[in-house]
Write a new protein. Structure first.
Lengths: 452, 89
């Protein structure tokens, strides 16, 4: 009945290999808070979030204690604010951000996501005002996260939004320059954004989602690395098998937590996001898994292949362990949040061009990369366009979260603290894409969009 | 409802007595015990029935953790579902 080895393995995973549930995120629809009176709308938003998620943090802590699993983050995602702001033309949407920030602080979550706009095909009422206000919103709040979806495989890419986001990212960095430019660390530009993603900074509650749901993001890079290490010099199919088995166990734990949270909060269970999410902590690095597979340093030739295998095996192992899988589901490669990536970037082994190739086979995109503060906005836009094109053609989510480090140059260090970590400022290709970005218009949807 | 108490650390006299004493005090019935040495570690696993536990589960778990600290061993007390879900299909 009791298998000692199984129990010891679980305890070892949690105590020594940083196994945890990375986040329980409650998705809350704000569609019923829409009001043409912005004060009323803000009050309704604050009340609804506090009412629905008031017990989220305590429930997470209780589950964590009873099952012995650390649950690192408790968070809330809401309907893209542009949809709520559409009813209040001419009003400054930053007031919604302030209401979200107050609500997040009142219920004790560590981030709230959804200061967002979905503009893949064009700007609807509310979209432009929200995008325009992102620098002010992120500089005047602490916990609000923002995202903008600029493309989908179905719709193509909104190149006007891509051009705009280059400026917005830079302005957000400038607006938070006195706080290590932390603003853009809370801003993601997506292509094919999932509507049920529990991970920040890109979480929002999509318009097709229910009134309220619980989404859980698992983690466990340390566990996967240790399992591969134990196996020694086995062949690559065996490596994939080990990752699958480990991902299965990790995901089962996430599924258990998700079901329990859903039951205790009386909120439907949405999805489990099968992700390998690193942290700057020692032993919690995706880069170290790739190195354990046999690379001298992450970024070496072979990195893309190793990452592709890892990403695929995580999904194969996780899919059977959960009744509903969604979100981003795959391996994350955020540079400043991953001890191995930071070292690889410092020693020159990992460049932005290699990271771009890696994003074609991993779960998201160019994530948490500090670039020199003097990089012009059109280069940031062109990086977004490249990433969006990779997502567009491969029918996958891609994203860009770049942090222009104001006043710093390539090789300097920047630190954000906590889960956001820190690392070296990385150089970009300085040849100008200005004429391309200035064209604007709609990048046509690819042939892959015609599936009917 | 069952919980699993795991005790890991260096062996010494009185560990089992102390842990089962705390269980008895709180009306927690011990239904299975195994003991082994893995990777040079003394490990004892107890399956206990907590349905009649007379204090909240978290307090029971905390008390065992404290006792573990005093004895120089690490004690985890968690719901059995975590192990069932991770290791059984």
């Amino acid at each position: 009945m009791i298998n000692t080895d199984d129990i010891l393995e679980t305890i070892h995973m949690i105590d020594d290999e940083n196994l945890d549930v990375r986040t329980i995120t409650m998705g809350i629809s704000l569609l019923d808070c829409i009001d043409s009176d912005i004060d009323k709308a803000c009050d309704k938003i604050y009340d609804k979030i506090c009412n629905y998620a008031g017990n989220l943090v305590k429930t997470g802590e209780d589950i964590s204690k009873e099952y012995g699993i650390p649950i690192i983050n408790k968070r809330v995602s809401v309907t893209p604010i542009s949809m709520v702001a559409a009813a209040c033309p001419g009003k400054n949407p930053v007031r919604f951000a302030l209401a979200l920030d107050r609500a997040a602080k009142a219920i004790g979550v560590n981030f709230i996501g959804g200061y967002s706009a979905l503009v893949q095909k064009g700007f609807a009422p509310g979209d432009y005002a929200v995008i325009q206000s992102i620098p002010e919103a992120l500089s005047r709040t602490d916990l609000v996260c923002s995202s903008v979806n600029v493309g989908t495989t179905k719709a193509g890419i909104n190149m006007d939004a891509v051009a705009k986001m280059g400026h917005i990212i830079l302005d957000t960095a400038k607006a938070t320059a006195d706080r290590n430019c932390i603003g853009p660390a809370k801003l993601v530009v997506f292509c094919n954004a999932p509507e049920d993603n529990p991970f920040m900074a890109g979480a929002f509650q999509g318009p097709g989602e229910p009134d309220c749901e619980i989404n859980v993001g698992v983690s466990g890079p340390g566990v996967v690395r240790t399992a591969i290490k134990k196996a020694g010099d086995c062949d690559i199919a065996e490596v994939a098998n080990i990752v699958k088995k480990t991902a299965f166990k990790v995901t089962r734990m996430g599924q258990l937590v998700a079901q329990e949270a859903s039951k205790r909060l009386c909120v439907p269970f949405g999805i489990v996001d099968l992700s390998l999410a690193p942290t700057p902590a020692v032993g919690d690095s995706v880069a170290h898994i790739l190195e354990e597979m046999g690379l001298e340093s992450c970024g070496a030739h072979g990195t893309t292949a190793c990452l592709a295998l890892l990403n695929d095996a995580v999904k194969k192992g996780g899919i059977m362990a959960s009744s509903h899988v969604g979100g981003l589901s795959g391996a994350f490669i955020p540079v400043t949040e991953d001890a191995g990536m930071i070292d690889a970037a410092r020693c020159g082994s990992l460049s932005i061009t290699k990271l771009e190739a890696m994003t074609a086979v991993c779960s998201v995109g160019l994530d948490m990369i500090a670039i020199p503060g003097d990089v012009p906005p059109e280069i940031i836009s062109a990086i977004i366009a490249d990433e969006a094109a990779i997502g567009l053609v491969n029918s996958k989510t891609t994203a860009v979260r770049l942090i222009p480090a104001i006043g710093k140059k390539a090789g300097d260090e920047i630190s954000f603290g906590g889960l956001l970590g820190g690392g070296p400022v990385m150089e970009v290709n300085r040849y100008s894409p200005l004429r391309f970005i200035s064209r604007g218009g709609r990048f046509p949807a690819p042939l892959q969009s015609l599936k009917n | 409802m069952h919980a699993v108490i795991s005790v890991i650390g260096k062996d010494r006299v009185g560990i089992l007595a102390r842990v089962s004493g705390i269980c008895a005090k709180h009306q927690v019935n011990v239904t299975d015990v195994t003991q082994s040495v893995t990777e040079n570690l003394f490990a004892m696993i107890m399956l206990v029935d907590i349905s009649k536990c007379n204090v909240p589960f978290s307090r029971f778990a905390d008390e065992l953790t404290e006792a573990g600290k005093e004895m120089g061993v690490s004690i985890h007390t968690v719901h059995e579902d975590i192990y069932n879900s991770m290791h059984h299909i």
